[in-house]
Ligand binder design. Sequence first.
Ligand code: GLU
Length: 282
Amino acid sequence: MSFRPILRFAPSPNGLLHLGHAYSALWTWQAASELRGTALLRIEDIDPARCKPEFADAILADLGWLGLRWPEPVWRQSEHLPTYAQAADRLGDMGLLYPCFCSRTRIAADATGTDPDDAPLYARTCRHLPPAEIAERLGRGDRAQYRLDLVRAIAMTGPLSFTQIGPTLRDRPQIRYARPERWGDVVLQRKDTPTSYHLSVVVDDAAQGVTHVTRGRDMQASTDIHVLLQFLLGLPSPIYAFHRLVLGEDGKKLSKSQGSPSLQDLRNAGRTPQDIRHELGF
Ligand code: GLU
């Protein structure tokens, strides 16, 4: 049986792509070609408030303009919500999920530090709510998000590690230890959708047979949670590679909120796909 590497680029359609996304996509397609594998495109549109179909259309158009091709149909996370809910139910049956009713203000006020993304570390305020109070609050329509009980989860898994390659694919693979505890009790089901970034990524990477996860270094730390969820859900762990970030003139990561030009802006200003590839070093 031959082994065919499968990679993926998984943008969220909450805005237009900029050079940072182009770098990540080109890196992934180049890695797929070096490994003689396939690069898939996945649209991570679980956030009902921020994701828009027109941004998803723009992503397909921009990547096509850059000269990238992918197998159809494109996987859209919004079409797989019941599968994520099933995975969450499974964790719930293992006694690893609990409802949290805290507001953002409450979470920030009680925080015991910050997580790797600099967000307040959840103080497990709702972890020990009496079952009667939970039933009463859910019964009167209070909306809850569901968190992973990390203490219990880590007690089940023991120490975990993952395989990382890079900065180039010719480098020797390294074993990295995961430190999920630095994330605290992450949210696996949000109030507005029965999943979260962490849960759907892990479920989809397995469902799509992804063998190599390529993403920016800014997302390296989230691998801690992903390998933990893979273990708990009995899913295979891909190999991980983290590429450099494209920085603006101010030395900061490009972002929509900082006003970084979109690929469409660059195209409208007369830049060609070849210019973009050259500028990014491909
Ligand atoms: N959807 C995520 C983003 O746009 C990336 C997902 C991933 O690489 O796992 O930032």
